[in-house]
Design a protein around this ligand. Structure first.
Ligand SMILES: [Zn+2]
Length: 206
């Protein structure tokens, strides 16, 4: 089932068109050529519902807000954020909802340069560092990315950030029959990106 009339017909896109729009928005953002945000603009349209064209699993980092990075407005992006941008059951459920009910054609797992959770995960694996309270679970979640990145040449920190994105893209493709069904039939695309704090650019890595 779908809306008889989606509130934002311009957001009904193929997966490739959705990705092209997202990257074009990031280009505007990098060039400082961004649109203004205001509540009054679309709020009457959005009272009817939402049909965002992309779902983003991103980090909670205050420097990496998807709506800014992709120069989009309310109603355009369905965003799930957790420090370290990794999947848990609740995030899988959130993304299943986005795909099967809201029909977003694109999912992006977005990591970023300088991620504190990646650094913590490296310390947890290398020096057996323990973190207080519930914070250990963030570091543990990125353990598989650290173990994989240790086998690679180059900068360990950068490789952990990259591997974490790649691994979560793979998990999304395999984890759930709902997302698998949409992805394998080409109705959605699942990609991974890394946001550069230096340039503001999002590079596709998966
Ligand atoms: Zn982060």
């Amino acid at each position: 089932m779908f809306y008889k009339m989606p509130p934002q017909p311009e957001n009904v896109l193929t997966p490739d068109a959705a990705l092209a729009r997202l990257m074009a928005g990031n280009k505007r953002y990098v060039e400082g050529n961004v649109s203004s945000q205001s509540f009054t603009q679309d709020h009457t349209t959005l009272l009817k519902g939402q049909n965002p064209y992309a779902t983003i699993l991103g980090c909670s980092d205050s420097r990496v807000s998807p709506e800014f990075c992709f120069d989009e407005q309310h109603g355009d992006l369905f965003v799930a954020r957790v420090a370290g941008n990794y999947l848990t059951t609740d995030f899988v459920a959130t993304i299943e909802y986005a795909v099967s009910v809201l029909h977003t054609p694109l999912i992006m797992v977005m990591g970023h340069e300088g991620c504190g959770v990646a650094k913590a995960a490296i310390n947890a694996v290398r020096q057996n560092q323990q973190f207080p309270g519930h914070m250990q679970s963030l570091a543990s979640a990125l353990g598989p990315a650290v173990r994989e990145a240790k086998k690679m040449s180059g900068d360990l920190y950068e490789n952990v950030i990259r591997m974490n994105v790649i691994q979560n893209v793979e998990r999304l493709k395999q984890k759930t029959p709902i997302i698998y069904k949409f992805a394998s039939s080409g109705r959605i695309k699942i990609v991974g990106g890394i946001y550069s704090l230096k340039t503001g650019k999002v590079e596709l890595v998966a």
